[in-house]
Ligand binder design. Structure first.
Ligand SMILES: [Zn+2]
Length: 70
């Protein structure tokens, strides 16, 4: 599982989303339920936390890592 940091485009609330897959495959937008808006809203993927170092990796950098490994 990877801890992704996402932000609701509607209210701006940042939250952590656990996913077992690479969100960079889906682009930087996700349609998810927002606790604050009480509805499904568009979220921007800001980046993820590295499992080993707990370092925050911005989305742009995550993308470049992916392209490097291809
Ligand atoms: Zn929201």
């Amino acid at each position: 599982m990877t801890k992704w940091l996402i932000k609701c485009d509607r209210c701006g609330t940042e939250s952590v989303f656990n996913a077992g897959y690479d969100l960079t495959n889906l682009g930087s937008k996700l349609y998810l339920y927002c606790e604050k808006c009480k509805r499904n809203t568009e979220h921007t993927v800001l980046g993820y936390y590295d499992d080993d170092t707990n370092e925050f990796i911005p989305f742009e950098k995550a993308l470049s890592f992916r392209y490097k490994s291809l």
